[in-house]
Write a protein that binds this ligand. Structure first.
Ligand SMILES: Cc1ncc(COP(=O)(O)O)c(C=O)c1O
Ligand SMILES: [Zn+2]
Length: 375
């Protein structure tokens, strides 16, 4: 008997815990993991995010597929904070994760569940980082993986996916075409679609970011500023803080701000109540957040609104400038997608949303070596 079930995030219909079910059978919306009983997974012997004591959908410690993820440092960014006029600015160095991005938080939990449920083969679609992460954890779990990626994805990410031994399917056209190709392939071959955008189990991993912040930051940051494409980190962090609040371990949840790129801004526009359509050929240097139709858009908006956050879209010029500033002034080599968060902090300070005496934290979500500008 499982200690979890899945619940529709819109109509609330319950579903049995299962890795095949990604949408509600009643209304077609995405699902969330719900805990029916205590987490049976002992903490002993498992480090990193597995040692946090966060409720987990995994039943048995032997199922855990781990590469030592989580436990990323929080570093003060004094120089950049000063430049922005902020009293306290922190970066959580997620790029120190095993495959170089925060996605490993989601992959370790998702892959552990897939292994526990005896899944034989999976497919996934990704702009690069999630694909690399899923590929690494799939190899560790002994599960063959197919990763569908846009042919325009950074070469270093594609090489990483290939080197981990996943079957790389390069798809011409925008990111959405790679998603459709993965969906079609899964249907034809009867595989499990291990979608990091849709799987509720992935969010059970990204939520551990909140548990770590609660342990590392006293007081909690008032603002957490996140680069958002599909929202797997934003929504996971929100879920984590809601759990911590329900457990009485924190008071107020930090305000969660979603940063998008000007060229691809469905969430920022929806937050402003404006219609937005993808412009043909519109591109951004922040490939990780170039998602025109995020399936969890309404849930992302919920996370933003319920925490008193905002969503803004930043220009590529600012993203590139902040990537440089992080490297030159703090010694942090972030990829452009990650630097977008800091362009967002700048905009929110200018707009007066962030007051200078309020502590701010941004994740540095991905390693710059994987997505670098030409010298
Ligand atoms: C480095 C980096 N940061 C942020 C994101 C955004 O994550 P999400 O699409 O889950 O919002 C991505 C997604 O690929 C990424 O690669
Ligand atoms: Zn539903």
């Amino acid at each position: 008997m499982s200690h979890t079930q899945l619940r529709c995030i819109e109509c609330g219909a319950p579903h049995q815990a299962d890795v095949h079910t990604l949408f509600c059978r009643q209304c077609g919306s995405p699902l969330a993991v719900e805990y029916l009983g205590v987490n049976l997974l002992p903490r002993v012997g498992l480090g990193g995010l597995w040692g946090l004591g966060a409720p987990s959908p995994v039943h048995h410690p032997n199922s855990v597929v781990s590469l030592g993820e989580g436990a990323t440092p929080v570093a003060p960014l004094a120089t950049l904070g000063k430049r922005l006029g902020l009293d306290a600015l922190f970066g959580k160095l997620e790029y120190q994760s095993p495959t170089g991005s925060f996605k490993d938080r989601g992959s370790t939990v998702l892959m552990s569940v897939l292994r526990e449920m005896g899944v034989a083969e999976i497919a996934e679609d990704s702009s690069g980082n999630a694909g690399a992460s899923i590929a690494a954890y799939a190899t560790r779990a002994g599960i063959p993986a197919h990763v569908f990626a846009p042919a325009s994805a950074p070469l270093a990410k594609l090489q990483q996916i290939h080197l981990y031994g996943a079957h790389v399917h390069l798809i011409e056209g925008p990111r959405e075409v790679a998603t459709q190709a993965a969906v079609d392939y899964v249907a034809q071959r009867g595989l499990v679609y291990a979608s990091h955008n849709l799987s509720p189990y992935f969010l059970e991993g990204t939520k551990t970011f909140a548990y770590e912040v609660a342990g590392q930051c006293r007081p909690l940051p008032q603002h957490i500023v996140i680069p958002v494409g599909n929202g797997s980190l934003l929504i996971g962090v929100w879920r984590g803080f809601l759990e911590l609040r329900a457990q009485g371990r924190i008071g107020e949840v930090p305000r969660l701000h979603a940063i998008q790129a000007e060229a691809v801004r469905p969430i920022a526009s929806a937050y402003e109540g404006k219609a937005w359509r993808p412009q043909p050929g519109a591109r951004t240097v922040a490939g990780g957040i170039s998602v025109a139709q995020p399936p969890r858009l309404r849930q992302a908006l919920h996370a933003i609104r319920e925490t008193g956050g905002t969503s803004v879209a930043v220009p590529d010029e600012a993203i590139v400038r902040w990537q440089m500033a992080l490297a030159r002034e703090e010694g942090i080599y972030a990829e452009p997608t990650s630097a977008a968060a800091f362009a967002g902090v700048e905009m929110l300070v200018q707009q007066g949303v962030i007051a200078v005496d309020e502590p701010v934290l941004a994740p540095i979500t991905g390693m710059g070596l994987k997505d670098s500008p030409p010298p």
